[in-house]
Design a protein around this ligand. Structure first.
Ligand SMILES: [Zn+2]
Length: 163
């Protein structure tokens, strides 16, 4: 892997925003994007997702145009202004790449989901252990208090006997 994952957050202002991210059970958001929690770090995939967030209607139209290429009977291109078609056409190469990489991308997404799920499970397990530990401490503290109280009472009765 030649490209470091420390990419610019400004390149994906919507995807990297707090609302779009889930960095695991600790509820802290990593300072970089994409981060280890990003479902897929493929640049084409991220760009496509960013555009979908920015304007889902336009994004849908792009894929409709791209998919219409497979259908020789499609009239979509003819129905559209040259300008609109042209603005989608410059992204067809990326669409083609995404189709070619689809399997790899889906695998990465599935792996990330598994990892995030494990992170949650570990977090819950740790929470449980923490509270078990707290319960034991509470009990020990109570025992100590009881002992102190008894000792005080004994002292008191001893003092009483003396006077
Ligand atoms: Zn993260």
């Amino acid at each position: 892997m030649g490209i470091p994952l420390l990419l610019n957050i400004a390149a994906y202002p919507l995807l990297s925003s707090l609302e779009s991210r889930d960095c695991g059970p600790c509820k802290e958001i990593c300072s970089t994007f994409p981060c280890e929690h990003t479902e897929c770090t493929d640049a084409d995939y991220l760009q496509d997702k960013e555009e979908e967030l920015r304007d889902c209607r336009l994004h849908k139209e792009l894929w409709e145009c791209f998919n219409s290429l497979k259908d020789p009977a499609s009239t979509l291109k003819a129905e559209m202004s040259q300008e609109t078609w042209g603005q989608h056409e410059i992204k067809f190469a990326r669409c083609r790449c995404l189709i070619e990489k689809e399997e790899t991308i889906q695998r990465e997404i599935a792996e990330k989901e598994d990892r995030l799920l494990k992170e949650w499970e570990e977090f819950e397990e740790n929470q449980r252990e923490y509270w078990d530990q707290q319960d034991r401490w509470d009990y020990l503290e109570w025992l100590q208090e009881e002992e102190d109280r008894r000792w005080c009472e004994e002292q008191q009765s001893y003092d009483d006997e003396l006077t």
